[in-house]
Design a binder for this molecule. Structure first.
Ligand code: BES
Ligand code: MN
Ligand code: ZN
Length: 499
């Protein structure tokens, strides 16, 4: 879909549909809606007065204009109570309305800067949220469907702004929103691709494609180089698979300095069968998305290369399958990670923390200043927080708060979970330095405590997205399948550090 901005009057714009909004418990219309209402002979206010339109959040009414306007239809989207308005509600309402119009074969849409001037929302902010909502909410994954679909992809969204003075801000917001949404949709594509397509080698191919525009550098470690570096934990997980593991390193350099201001680390398990500690077959297909953390990190790097902040970022994505076979690691085995720590395997299904151990240890060894890792790490985090909040764990409150704040801006909610040395007793091993799993209780926390063993004193935040990497329904700007969480958080976070 194309998104652009135009100086125009909404009442004079030609499109398949024009979008306006209305608020609950008020009959007073904003300027845009009032102008459309007048051109339509007062039908909108009449529907509101008679209670046919209640303006509940994301309630959508579509009217035919029957020649009263150059546009064919008007879609009125409810925004809920005016005093509850947030940027994420603008993003969500736009997602819902654009998705509905797409399904109705209405392919060109004109929309004003919904919400601008209210709740501290600038026209630029609104344009960004609208662009994100439209591109995310109409996302389709049809790569493997050969049958003709009932509707096509939305073609064009035009953000209409009558005031020329506001256009620079609006088009800047629109550009930023496009970059963020396209990156999020790239991460969704990677999560949605089945594991026979999205292998570790294909993860490398996706990363390589982002490098083509010249702003990123890539290096990929092969198994023999991992062995030289002492990545025994990652290699242990990879041993059961026929697919060669890859360790992707992407570098974005925004300053003269050679230092890495921030390392982004993402779990890249392209399929998690559980290994010898095999998972139950029900729902196992979801585990094609166990590389969602790695996908988010790769996609965020692509966005950063387009946004060009003055900061240096290095991404580390260890990627492999976790499979059972005659060569696979077994419970009771002991692996040695890059920092020399030995790990007793309690379950081969706690593989994410093993590959992250080597990736985090490697980043620490290179002397990066800060680390954020993203992983579909624990079912326990999904049980604790459901599919709304991701979990955050950290050793540095300032950094953790910054990540959470970046998430709020993105509409990607993150809840801080505790860490404490007393959880560490769960990970004490009789035969090695540490076990790779504790007991049933507090599983998301012991997962994070395990990772902390490979961090030393580097300021670090771990984001567990096991609950949020997938959506089981259409909701706001989310569709069924991969959510692309937390791509926009990562980008916002890096931008906030650069300023
Ligand atoms: N990839 C899974 C976690 C997961 C579960 C992600 C559900 C998304 C949805 C991870 O590798 C795993 O298997 N974790 C185990 C750890 C346990 C064995 C200590 C889990 O959560 O059960
Ligand atoms: Mn697992
Ligand atoms: Zn996993």
């Amino acid at each position: 879909m194309e998104v652009n901005t135009k100086v125009d009057k909404l009442t004079e714009t030609k499109a398949d549909a024009i979008v306006v909004c209305c608020f609950e418990e008020t009959t007073s219309l904003d300027n845009n809606t009032a102008a459309i209402d007048e051109a339509m002979g007062g039908v909108i206010s009449q529907l509101i007065n008679t209670g046919s339109i209640k303006s509940k959040l994301n309630e959508i009414t579509i009217l035919h204009t029957l020649g009263k306007l150059p546009a064919d239809r008007v879609a009125i989207v409810g925004m809920g109570k005016a005093d509850k308005l947030t940027l994420d509600r603008v993003r969500g309402a736009t997602g819902e309305v654009c998705r509905l119009l797409q399904k109705k074969n209405l392919y060109t849409i004109a929309i004003p800067t919904l919400g601008a001037g209210m709740a501290d929302i600038t026209p630029g902010d609104a344009a960004q949220a609208i662009t994100e909502g439209a591109l995310l909410g109409t996302y389709l994954f049809r790569q493997h469907q050969t049958k003709k679909a009932e509707y096509d992809e939305l073609k064009e969204l035009t953000i209409i702004e009558p005031d020329t003075g506001k256009i620079p801000g609006v088009s800047r917001g629109c550009d930023k929103g496009r970059i963020l949404a396209e990156a999020t949709n790239l991460a969704r594509d990677m999560v949605n691709e089945p594991s026979n397509y999205m292998t570790p080698s294909r993860m490398v191919a996706v990363a390589n494609k982002l490098v083509e525009d010249g702003r990123l550098e890539i290096s990929v470690l092969e198994a023999d180089q991992m062995a030289e570096l002492g990545m025994g934990a990652l290699l242990g997980v990879a041993r059961g698979s026929q697919e060669p593991p890859k360790f992707i390193i992407l570098r974005y350099q925004g300053t003269e300095s050679k230092e890495t201001d921030i390392a982004l680390v993402g779990k890249g398990i392209t399929f998690d069968s559980g290994g010898i500690s095999i998972k139950p077959s029900e729902g196992m297909g979801e585990m094609k998305g166990d590389m969602a953390g790695g996908a988010a990190v790769i996609a965020a790097m692509g966005a950063l290369a387009r946004l060009k902040p003055k900061i240096n970022v290095t991404a580390f994505i260890p990627t492999t399958e976790n499979m059972p076979s005659g060569k696979a690691i077994k419970p009771g085995d002991i692996l040695t990670a890059i920092n020399g720590k030995t790990i007793e395997i309690i379950t081969t299904d706690a593989e994410g923390r093993l590959i992250l151990a080597d990736a985090l240890g490697y980043a620490v060894k290179l002397g990066v200043k800060r680390i954020v890792d993203v992983a579909t790490l624990t079912g326990a985090c999904r049980v604790a927080l459901g599919d709304i909040y991701s979990g955050a764990f950290g050793n540095n409150q300032e950094l953790t708060s910054k990540v959470i704040e970046a998430g709020i801006q993105a509409g990607e909610l993150i809840w801080q979970m505790p860490m404490h040395e007393d959880y560490q007793t769960q990970l004490e091993s009789d035969v090695a330095d540490i076990k790779n799993a504790g007991n049933r209780w507090g599983g998301a926390i012991t997962g994070a405590q395990f990772l902390a063993e490979f961090i030393d004193d580097t300021p670090w935040v771990h984001i567990d997205i096991a609950g949020t990497f997938l959506s089981d329904k259409e909701r706001k700007y989310l569709v069924k399948g991969g959510t692309g969480v937390p791509v926009r958080t990562l980008v916002n976070f890096v931008l906030s550090l650069a300023n």
